[in-house]
Design a protein around this ligand. Sequence first.
Ligand code: GLA
Length: 375
Amino acid sequence: MSLRGIVMLGFFMATIVVSALQAEAKSKMQKQSFGKTEDGQQVDLYILTNHHGMEAAITNYGGTVVTLKVPDRNGKIDDVVLGYDRLDDYAAGKAYFGAIVGRYANRIAHAKFTLDGTTYTLPKNDGDNHLHGGFNKRVWTAKDVSSSNGKALELTYLSKDGEEGFPGNLSVKVVYTLSDQNELKIDYSATTDKDTVLNLTNHCYFNLAGQGSGDILQHQLMIRADRITPVDANLIPTGELRSVKGTPFDFTTSTAIGARIDQDDQQLKLGRGYDHNWVLNSGSAGSLSLAAQAYEPHSGRVLEVSTTQPGLQFYTGNFLDGIRGKQGKVYNRRYAFCLETQHFPDSPNHPDFPSTVLKPGQHFQSTTVYKFSTR
Ligand code: GLA
């Protein structure tokens, strides 16, 4: 081979090596430090990206979605979830911004339930109730499990027998996958070594116009549910499944969130707005079905929520009271909404509700997909 030939071949091979390295760097999930917890545990931030400019930054502190950057109808990218810039604020915060919530998401009345004849007592952290548990403030073990389906982050956590009063060592796994179809998919799974109860959800606060940009009252919302579980003064379900027909809770056709939120309605007054569980029409069959769709007219962003879960807590950020969040933004009342896919609140005390009991040998599995598009 001529000298020129050798040089050319060398150049060619170097190009292949460089592009292979670049491809690997691109396909690898980025990881950066998010700080240390008070007791010295290292916490990281994982950046999941896709081919459409969508980006999710998730920390293994609480499995929290810190930012979710999504294009609008003109391709402009905005962060559509509320949160904090710093780990310390998550540790001090009470709003559950973006977190994985458990062991029991939502309320358990009087912080007590009976299972197999034993009464378990939980911490009261919401008046007389137990609310949401503490998974949002735990450090989870993280692993990059990206594949051809997209960038994926696996988070695992062992909730020890007796933690917060719940029975059984519960091994929990949550996998976040960001697909090239602009879907953020969350797969939850769990096993236990003793009979226990569990309810897992994600607590993202959405504002499809961009986080901190104002209230969410003009978002149009559709929820595929004919009934809600009405609540008492402590936001505990009364046990009734009540039709939404003719009430401000009827979102069976797309309606502005603010259209009826201040109506003279007893349930709205109890929730200080919407803070209720909708009984999804898909039931508890466990197949992935569309639960809700939100549309923000100025950006054109659409969020579709699909789930295998039987319930959906629609919460309009009624307790946000001027929290200082990301990028110096201030979050006031109703600056975001949550669509928390879940089992019904207080199920352990309502034998008629779909069961939240998990037994040894059973494998709990649920999936929720947040899909973004524009129109
Ligand atoms: C849930 C509850 C609300 C509120 C928020 C967190 O969605 O239903 O009442 O506690 O979490 O602030």
